[in-house]
Ligand binder design. Structure first.
Ligand SMILES: [Zn+2]
Length: 684
């Protein structure tokens, strides 16, 4: 190792350029560490002192603001290629090991410098990588730099985690909470914000689904607060009011902070192959901090857990755990039915009858196989409804009262919320008015703009007031007189509430859900067994006759078919229809029998046709008899009409004749006898 730095610099080095590599890893550092940047530029003076002219010194600073871990640092790549091509006599950098933050890059640069006989300069001195000792020192510097970075990070992160474990790390709190002067988490002193958050929880308690909660808010036109960061020199957070959406309901329900629980470390970051970061959720047991009762909350921890359980139930696809919230369709037991064969949840399918009536079926659809069992829902719903009405007498008052109370409470709550919105609008309008009044009237521009602001706020106030009055009138109207008396009767009469066609299916289902835990259905032949389990554990078993299938329902009475079979021996289908109608019999579909219906039934039940029956008895067609007697067909017809031949009708057109040629007479003798009989004068 040569002792003096000047000894290392030779003419060969001075003939080439000197490169000054400047880098700050983040934009924040670029802005705040001007000192360090200045030190980096000072290095060029050292190069000049060593003999390079200032035109030879090339500054590479295109990597400013890029982290050492970023893979594509153009400046550094440019530096490496210049060194590799032997253009560089000297590479300068502040704490040179930081030239390349990860060790692999650093060692590669050292090797290339050694091969191309390039010197390296930092604040401590000048190095010649071609020499073993210098290279060892530089390598050590790189390793130390890497270790230092690691230690720094670990210390920083460890301190953070310890603070978080004690619950003292101040992380952003969700809307509804703020920090007080001592950095303790307290409920937002803005009562409107508090009540909106409370309303989300109470609505979810009532409706049972996140979507339902969001819909209810939109229907009632209630806004919820949200934080919006304001960008600017004094960045702060302002509360804006907006419509509630499902994601916000979910975020609110799933956030343990609302139950007064301090938590930290819900997610972790991974490095990926591209050098970027991926955010991943942790399981609750892996969170760094979980401190119950850390501060005041909006709900209890039990309610928080219950909410998560309900959300999980709602989210599971058709499967074992699903107990879905009541939806609009009329199926009373929707979401409560279990299959009696395989134990799975049964889903509801609706179909529309001819008359527009919507009837439900409970279907057990195992995905891998075809349907396990399908059970017609109407009869079951009715039977369960009757069961509830029958059982509910002692519970009536309680349930109905809670329904009524809830209704009123809901209207009141909604009204209060809207009132707050009006108050806020009024407050803001007042504020603008005062601002306007304070301004010097001669300052016209300012006065005009403030006046415009004030007018805008007044407009908003008018809209808010109008909306408030309109909704209040609506709520009052809907609860007044008629409905209130109705509710009163409902309180005293659960069965009337139940059977009232005005009661929406959804409400009826909610009432059923207050009482029924689940129902197990099983169909065996023509019998359906329904085990109804009530909340609290009581059970009832209903046995119902399965409704007939369409084929069974439209089956004609077997006695009618027997009678038809008997009558066909000596009557036409038209005559049979007349006989049935005279006796007051009806076919399964339609009011009375017609020859066509008789014919359809005869074919359907495979009865022998009348013509077949007559042929079997040996009767002859007109043409056959005419051939046998050697007369014309007209003659046969005339003889038949005269009553000389025995005629049996099949229909108006088709008839058969009994053979008159009985032994010992020959056909000729018979023909002559008939001819004589026909020519005799008729006896009147
Ligand atoms: Zn099943």
């Amino acid at each position: 190792m040569k002792g003096n730095s000047h000894d290392k610099v030779t003419v060969r080095h001075l003939a080439r350029n000197a490169y000054l590599y400047i880098r700050q890893s983040t934009l924040h550092q670029v802005a705040n560490h001007a000192e360090s940047t200045r030190r980096q530029y000072d290095l060029r003076l050292r190069a000049v002192a060593l003999g390079w002219s200032s035109e030879q010194i090339i500054v590479v600073d295109s990597d400013q603001g890029q982290s050492g871990s970023t893979a594509d640092r153009i400046g550094f790549q440019k530096l490496v290629s210049e060194v590799g091509m032997g253009h560089a006599g000297l590479v300068m950098g502040l704490e040179v090991s930081r030239l390349a933050r990860n060790s692999a890059d650093w060692h590669r640069l050292l090797e290339i410098c050694a091969l191309s006989d390039t010197l390296i300069l930092d604040e401590d001195g000048i190095y010649e990588p071609a020499h073993f000792n210098d290279r060892l020192l530089l390598g050590l510097k790189g390793t130390m730099s890497e270790a230092e970075l690691h230690m720094m990070r670990a210390r920083l992160h460890g301190g953070l985690l310890n603070k978080a474990r004690r619950g003292e790390l101040n992380i952003p709190v969700p809307i509804g909470f703020v920090y007080d002067e001592q950095y303790r988490t307290i409920l937002d002193p803005d009562i409107q914000v508090q009540e909106a958050i409370r309303l989300i929880f109470s609505t979810f308690r009532r409706v049972g689904s996140a979507l339902g909660t969001a819909k209810s808010f939109r229907k009632e036109k209630i806004l919820v607060p949200s934080r919006r960061p304001v960008r600017g020199p004094h960045s702060k957070v302002s509360v804006i009011w907006k419509d509630l959406d499902v994601s916000m309901v979910l975020r609110t329900l799933q956030n343990p902070r609302y139950a007064g629980i301090y938590c930290y470390g819900k997610t972790r970051q991974h490095r990926n192959a591209e050098g970027g970061y991926v955010c991943q959720k942790r399981e609750v047991q892996d969170w760094h901090a979980w401190i119950p009762d850390a501060h005041e909350g909006y709900i209890s921890q039990e309610e928080y857990e219950e909410n998560l359980r309900r959300l999980a139930e709602n989210a599971q696809a058709i499967g074992a755990g699903r107990r879905s919230p009541p939806r609009e369709g009329p199926a009373l037991l929707q979401g409560l039915v279990l299959c009696g064969r395989c134990g799975r949840r049964m889903r509801v399918s609706y179909h529309t009858r001819l008359k527009g009536e919507i009837v439900p079926s409970y279907v057990c659809a195992r995905k891998e196989e075809s349907s396990c069992q399908t059970i017609h829902g109407k009869a079951i719903d009715e039977a369960v409804g009757e069961l509830l009405v029958e059982l509910m007498t002692p519970m009536t008052v309680e349930v109905s009262l809670s329904v009524q109370q809830e209704l009123e409470q809901r209207f009141e709550q909604a009204e209060q919320m809207r009132k707050k919105q009006v108050d806020r609008a009024r407050y803001e309008a007042d504020l603008d008015r005062q601002r306007f009044l304070r301004v010097d009237p001669n300052n016209r521009l300012v006065a005009a703009s403030l006046e415009a602001d004030w007018n805008e706020k007044l407009k908003l106030l008018a809209v808010a007031e109008e909306e408030f009055e309109r909704r209040r009138a609506e709520d009052r109207k809907s609860l007044d007189a008629e409905q209130k008396s109705k509710i009163r009767t409902l309180v005293s009469d659960f069965s009337r509430l139940w059977n009232d066609p005005q009661t929406p299916a959804r409400e009826r289902k909610r009432m059923a859900r207050l009482l029924i835990e689940d129902a197990t259905l099983r169909r065996e032949g023509h019998e359906i067994t329904a085990h109804v389990r009530f909340k609290g554990g009581a059970t009832r078993t209903l046995i119902l006759a399965a409704p007939l299938t369409a084929a069974e329902r439209f089956k004609t009475d077997p006695e009618i078919i027997q009678e038809m079979d008997r009558l066909l021996d000596c009557h036409t289908e038209k005559e049979i229809a007349d006989v049935f109608n005279e006796r007051g019999l009806c076919p399964s579909r339609g009011q009375s029998f017609t020859p066509a219906i008789v014919s359809i039934l005869r074919i359907g039940y495979k009865l022998k046709s009348r013509s077949r029956r007559l042929r079997d008895r040996g009767l002859l067609k007109g043409s056959e008899l005419a051939n046998k007697l050697r007369v014309g067909r007209g003659t046969i017809k005339r003889w038949g009409r005269r009553g000389l031949l025995q005629v049996h009708y099949c229909s108006d057109k088709l008839c058969f004749y009994e053979d008159p040629c009985l032994a010992p007479a020959t056909p000729e003798e018979v023909r002559d006898r008939l001819r004589t009989a026909y020519n005799q004068p008729r006896t009147q």
